[in-house]
Design a protein around this ligand. Sequence first.
Ligand SMILES: [Ca+2]
Ligand SMILES: [Ca+2]
Length: 172
Amino acid sequence: MSAALITVYIFSALCSNIAASVTKTWSIRQAGIPTYRCACPVGFSRCAGRCLTRLNQTANYSTAERLCSEINAHLFAPHTDEENQCAFTLRSGQWAWLGYSDREVEGEFVAADGCGTYPSTGVRWRPDEPDNWLGAEHCVGMIAYDEWNDRPCGDNMYPLCQLGNCPRPECP
Ligand SMILES: [Ca+2]
Ligand SMILES: [Ca+2]
């Protein structure tokens, strides 16, 4: 499939999702039921329909995972370009941990939200990444632009946390 076809496909899928979400929200409002399911708790901001926050302390990867879980969240695993831009904005120029790691199987980057894996040949990687440098890089950070890099899990970065697992919330 060509890149153009893939783009059209993704765009179509996004549009149909948005249309379904808008219809759902409208229906809920019509019925007079509060739309609290679609609001983010205090401390989280909404971006691309996700409830996200950047913690205010750096930590290694396993501690970052724990800190997110302490607020009933997990490390943010962007799945779309829009979500990836949310991560870029949220990190505000700081090094930040994302919810992907290949700690279990080298080269298989598993999403922290349970929504599958991201290929090591994907477009979100920084050029020449992931390189598993010195055989010791198994955790994914965003440290330059909006690009991903596999890094040693012992690095200290700001955790980006996200609410919600698979299946993903239906809110727009
Ligand atoms: Ca690795
Ligand atoms: Ca690397």
